[in-house]
Design a protein around this ligand. Structure first.
Ligand code: DHK
Length: 152
């Protein structure tokens, strides 16, 4: 029997992700954010990870949540949404968190408008998953579990 605490992975979602299922379904699909939370909870259970799933439309709140991860979380999965391409402050917070970060985008940002293709967040990420729909969150959690196991 393992006596180790279950590692905590914080899954963060940026602006407009609360509109998932309604917003541009031809791009983002029909799954809602509740569906994504359920997917992350189920995947976390399979992988032996505790999941704290959150969404905010506020840049400051997102940054405060990232700051809280330092010394507390084993890793971060983040879909920064619109702050991907604008927020140096979010990138700085992720760099300061000192935990592995995986960046997720539901759509393939490289097939979309040029302004979506430069990510500040990628500077702070171990890896990026994009274009694989909401299943990208499960892939990110699996990758994080592997990284944590390698580091153990
Ligand atoms: C979500 C958003 O809200 C956009 O601002 C990004 C990303 C793409 C996604 O694909 O999940 O450009």
């Amino acid at each position: 029997m393992s006596t180790q605490a279950t590692p905590l992975v914080v899954v963060l979602n940026g602006p407009n992700m609360n509109m998932l299922g309604l917003r541009q379904p031809e791009l983002y699909g029909r799954a809602t954010l509740d569906d994504v939370e359920a997917l992350c909870a189920e995947t976390g259970e399979q992988l032996g990870l505790a999941i704290d799933f959150r969404q905010t439309n506020s840049e400051g709140e997102l940054i405060s949540w990232v700051q809280e991860c330092r010394g507390k979380a084993a890793g971060i999965v983040i879909n920064p949404a619109g702050y991907t391409t604008t927020s140096i402050a979010l990138m700085d917070a992720l760099l300061a968190a000192d935990v592995p970060v995986i960046e997720v985008h539901i759509t393939n940002i490289h097939r979309r408008e040029a302004f979506r293709q430069h990510s500040y967040v990628s500077k702070a990420a171990v890896g990026v998953i994009c274009g694989l729909g909401v299943g990208g969150y499960a892939l990110a959690l699996t990758a994080l579990a592997d990284l944590l196991e390698e580091a153990a």
